[in-house]
Design a protein around this ligand. Structure first.
Ligand code: JFZ
Length: 477
């Protein structure tokens, strides 16, 4: 064979291979327990969720009593994981139930702190990995009912938050270190029998929670990564269907069930499982492509990785300005920002958290227009901060986190759109000077060098009259 013929042959083979690979690419895996929806939910409950902007997370349970310390020694991991520490016998940890007596617990005060911060929803741990239930579950004795406190904690919290106008999401850990039937994996017949019992227990508890607290808007699942649970595609899918039927509008994130190939968050066809992506834990997306057109929220701790109360916060402690910036960034990319609180064992909230909530709240009181009911603005990110667009309006907020020394804030708009008005959110009657600097690019001029917190500029946009403004020649390159 001559070289050229060989080349043709190779090219032919290559084309054959590429078209095969391409067909393979597009081929969908047949799934019974994959995602049951493509694209976002459009109902009112979800629209409301989408507009929350800012939320609160509460991690509270028996782990708040040791607060990250045992016999004078500091545990290295997250305080709510202290039971998994070799330094503590499990039975000793479990007997903390006899010390659960939060005499300073005041649900109205908690709700007041969240409301003042500007939170529109709260996610509360009903049961964390240790298995201790903050509601008097009928299905285990490891609950508040058997503690010196005796009373339900979840009910009063749901009522107090709802009264404050804050929606409640119930956090529930599937992994349960206290239940005798729970396993990391199922390897033997006896594991399988034990885990079947655990599955019934899990279902009963979830139905119990939804029945007891019907105003809850959703469930926030956790502890679903172990092999034992990942193998339960059919059971989890059926349970999800049952819960959605019992509670129309229920919001469930992507951290609940796996498909029949064990894929979590996104099924084997890369479609989101659940109503929003629950993978943004202590991190934020950087660009809109990172969220793949899905709903999402980011859950964030104040120190590095402590959710439950830890007496000795270590590492960098975030400031209110950082947390405000994170909220702005989350909303600018179409998500919600959820800040965690870890109340103490006696039921009080630590001063550092109260102070941060108050500072964020002071900012939110002035600037919440740029956070609530806002969405991704579709504009190119600029160095001064974050754009958020009021949903359903031609109003764009510019949340300024880095002040340009020039006092000139760059904005690029789509062709055919112009700026009809620009002003400081707090001074709507004073127009700011807008200068067109290139085709579809503008400077909003605002001199301010003294701000010690982010502030908000507003631009109202409208379609541009053709031929108006300057015409700019493109460079020939
Ligand atoms: C889990 C819990 O283990 C932790 O105690 C806390 O409740 C937190 C909100 O959730 O921790 C996780 C779960 C998932 C990831 C990281 C930590 N993850 O997906 O990167």
């Amino acid at each position: 064979m001559k070289l050229s013929e060989k080349n043709i042959g190779l090219t032919f083979l290559m084309i054959l291979f590429l078209s095969f690979a391409n067909a393979q690419d597009k081929e969908q895996v047949k799934l019974v327990h994959g995602s049951h929806r493509v694209g976002k939910r459009t109902d009112e409950v979800m629209q409301k969720w989408r507009g929350y902007g800012l939320g609160q997370f509460i991690h509270w349970g028996l782990y708040a009593i040791p607060g990250g310390e045992w016999n004078g020694k500091q545990y290295d991991g997250a305080a709510e994981w202290i039971r998994s520490w070799n330094g503590i016998p499990k039975s000793t940890y479990d007997s903390l139930i006899y010390k659960f007596n939060p005499v300073n617990f005041n649900p109205e005060e908690w709700a007041g702190i969240a409301k003042n911060m500007g939170a529109k929803y709260v996610t509360i741990t009903t049961k964390h990995h240790d298995g201790f239930c903050l509601w008097p579950s009928k299905y285990t004795s490891y609950t508040v009912a058997k503690s010196p406190w005796k009373k339900d904690v979840i009910g009063p919290l749901v009522d107090a938050y709802n009264k404050a106008g804050i929606d409640v999401i119930l956090y529930f850990s599937i992994m349960d270190w206290n239940h005798p039937g729970w396993r990391y994996d199922i390897k033997t017949k006896s594991d399988s029998i034990a885990f079947e019992g655990f599955k019934k227990f899990t279902r009963n508890q979830l139905i119990e929670l939804l029945t007891r607290y019907p105003t809850a808007k959703g469930l926030w699942f956790d502890g679903t990564w172990d092999k034992s649970w990942v193998k339960q595609a059919e059971f989890a899918d059926e349970l999800e269907t049952e819960m959605r039927k019992l509670h129309p509008g229920l919001i469930i994130g992507s951290r609940f069930r796996a498909d029949e190939f064990g894929k979590r968050h996104f099924d084997s066809n890369h479609v989101l499982m659940g109503d929003y992506e629950q993978g943004w834990e202590r991190k934020l997306p950087n660009k809109i492509e990172d969220v793949h057109g899905n709903d999402w929220d980011c859950v964030m701790t104040v120190p590095e990785n402590q959710w439950g109360y830890n007496k000795a916060w270590k590492g960098h402690i975030k400031t209110s300005n950082e947390l405000i910036e994170m909220t702005a960034k989350a909303v600018s990319l179409g998500g919600n920002f959820v800040l965690n609180f870890g109340p103490k064992g006696d039921g009080s909230i630590r001063d550092e958290e109260k102070k941060l909530a108050a500072e964020i709240g002071n900012w939110m009181k002035v600037n919440n227009e740029a956070i609530y009911n806002c969405e991704y603005a579709g504009l190119e990110k600029q160095d001064w901060g974050y754009f958020t667009k009021k949903t359903g309006a031609d109003k764009i907020h510019m949340i300024v986190c880095n002040i340009p020394v020039s006092g000139a804030y760059q904005v690029k708009l789509p062709a055919g759109t112009g700026i009809s008005k620009a002003y400081l959110l707090t001074q709507p009657d004073e127009r700011l000077n807008v200068e067109e600097i290139q085709s579809n690019a503008y400077f909003v001029h605002y001199k301010n060098t003294g701000a010690d917190k982010p502030f908000v500029l507003v631009i109202e946009t409208s379609s541009k009259v053709k031929g108006s403004g300057n015409s700019y020649e493109k460079a020939k390159t």
